[in-house]
Design a protein around this ligand. Sequence first.
Ligand SMILES: Cc1ncc(COP(=O)(O)O)c(C=O)c1O
Length: 364
Amino acid sequence: MNVVTPGLDRPWLFEAFPGLQKQLPWTPLVEAPTPVHRLERISSLLGKEVWIKRDDKTSSEYGGNKPRKLEFLLGEALAQNRKKVVTGGGVGTNHGLATTIFGKKLGLRVTLGLFDQPVTAHVRNNLLLYQAFGAEMKYMGSALKAALRYYLVEKIRQRSAYPVPLGGSCPLGALGYVDAGLEFATQVRRKEGPLPQMIFVAAGTCGTMAGLVLGLRLSGLNTRVEGVQVAPSAFANPKALLRLARKTLTLMRRLDGSVPGVQLNLVDFPVERGHYGAGYGHPTPACREAIQLMGESEEIFLDPTYTGKTFGALLARVRSEPGEGPVLFWNTLSSVDLTPVAQSVDFRSLPVAFHRFFECALVE
Ligand SMILES: Cc1ncc(COP(=O)(O)O)c(C=O)c1O
């Protein structure tokens, strides 16, 4: 495997396990470490220390959880000299948008296979942004058909393209969050943030939480990470999380024998299912309240699909079981405002199959 030479900074992963640096492709995208701070107003409202990890600020081009995964995935696409990347998701996929933005930056053409989800303003914004950043967009209908078509047709038809799984969640992508776990443990050691009693993070395709838990355990932190289900339980469940975390650890240990064989069990991957609501992308009352509270008190913007549900679950837990130590909300949504870019695109310039997403009523 070719190795991409890291830029000025290198991931914490290579600091901790130098043997990995020679083996793993990586391209720098993340402005690390992202800040950790107390949510002052929310903490006093709740009478409990609530902290936030600002992964909304992973990049000034497009933040959120995706750039961390793409450092390894697009690193591998470049190392394999691919010119094109194929991936997919719901019509509002943030993963698809991040892949498009960073793919373009790295000279890779991106094709997105997009399937139905409830049409919110965020979904429309993202559709316009795929077009603005030059993605090739293919409409795939319902989620089930899309999954079949993505795996059976696109991967065969576009053999030369680098296939990125949905959400970038595979062992290589999850390494981005192993790295985030090491980064956070360093911040705790430096007393830039507290050792939380509990961390709340969204669980969709699971690469974020699986990697994070592994990274924390490799750093010797036993903090409980609570996944909040935001995607169908076929994807977001403790077994899927455990499987992905174990595969990621196996990959690391195969490449560098100095990586310790930490024990990972189902209890390390609890998933809160009570905030999923009617389905993927369907807002719930608790999620709307969480979005409003975070916006009004802290001026931090959350979304109804992922982070609103996750912060809603944190609020409910803190209110019902106040507990002892601080809790931490891991923000995985980009806070870079690309609305002006989206507004420069006329939806009629998108492929015709997508026009109906601008002609239907919005889900509020
Ligand atoms: C903003 C945001 N948060 C969380 C997630 C879930 O992350 P994962 O798919 O790694 O579980 C996603 C996935 O698309 C996302 O876009």
